[in-house]
Design a protein around this ligand. Structure first.
Ligand code: FES
Length: 93
């Protein structure tokens, strides 16, 4: 079966995995990065991405982007911003 295009909508980790799954097969892959948006006005900066080496904002420039052009390392790093606080919070439960 030939796959012409893949669309990914979900958490950032899932979309990252989709991108890495389709990349070796060179299947055009679009992801919806609204999951990183907060206010959706272009004011907070929370949805900032690097796509094809250029800074983009999901709420202004997207939310759909070529998954193979997104710098996923930055997004993965950002996901760990509050990791220590989350661990402490979890341990206090
Ligand atoms: S969601 Fe705040 S700048 Fe895009």
């Amino acid at each position: 079966m030939k796959v012409d295009k893949v669309l990914g909508v979900g958490c950032t980790y899932m979309m990252y995995r989709v991108a890495e799954t389709t990349r070796p097969y060179n299947i055009p892959t679009i992801v919806s990065m609204n999951t990183v948006m907060i206010d959706g006005t272009g004011m907070c900066g929370a949805c900032r991405l690097v796509v094809d080496g250029k800074t983009k904002f999901a709420c202004v420039d997207g939310p759909h982007f070529d998954a193979h052009k997104i710098d996923w390392d930055i997004i993965k790093s950002r996901r760990k911003t509050y990791l220590q606080e989350e661990i402490v919070s979890y341990e206090r439960l």
